[in-house]
Ligand binder design. Structure first.
Ligand code: ZN
Length: 162
């Protein structure tokens, strides 16, 4: 195996921790936790909160969305070096997602389910799953950048080196 490939594999595994980078599995688990919890808590703010299978579907959607959202920052800015964190990992984008999440995404997710509630339990559960995914994706994204912010390298305010 050529040396640079060996070096890159070593970097991708053990050395990431020494460099203060959470690994993908940690981001994924944290994202699912954040997504599931946010989907559950935010559903309680709906005019008529989901119950039974609707609530289960909402939380499962949050788990799936959370795992997905937690990968997005490193999709935009791949973790090829400890200096990869730029705008999509920044405090400004993280804050924008949290404000937009609370003011727009959560009310929209609740409205999808309220407005389109049907007599078909399967359709209602599917709508709750999608609503959970929406909220979970935002929560998962934030869980990634917030976790990165607590590493020695931190996250930038707006862009690389700023
Ligand atoms: Zn990252």
């Amino acid at each position: 195996m050529p040396n640079n490939v060996t070096a890159s594999i070593a970097f991708q595994t053990g050395m990431r921790h020494q460099l203060g980078m959470p690994c993908r599995d940690e981001h994924n688990e944290l994202g699912m936790l954040a997504g599931g919890l946010t989907a559950l808590v935010s559903s309680l703010s709906a005019p008529s909160p989901p119950t039974g299978w609707d609530l289960v579907a909402r939380i499962v959607g949050g788990l799936v969305g959370g795992g997905f959202g937690s990968r997005l920052p490193d999709v935009f800015e791949p973790a090829t070096s400890p200096h990869h964190r730029s705008t999509m990992h920044s405090a400004v984008v993280t804050t924008a997602i949290s404000v937009g999440g609370v003011r727009r995404v959560i009310p929209a997710a609740n409205a999808i389910c309220e407005r389109n509630a049907t007599t078909d339990p399967g359709v209602n559960a599917l709508q709750n799953f999608l609503a959970g995914m929406l909220v979970g994706t935002a929560a998962g994204y934030m869980s990634h950048t917030v976790a990165d912010a607590f590493t020695p390298r931190g996250i930038p305010l707006l862009t690389r080196n700023f």
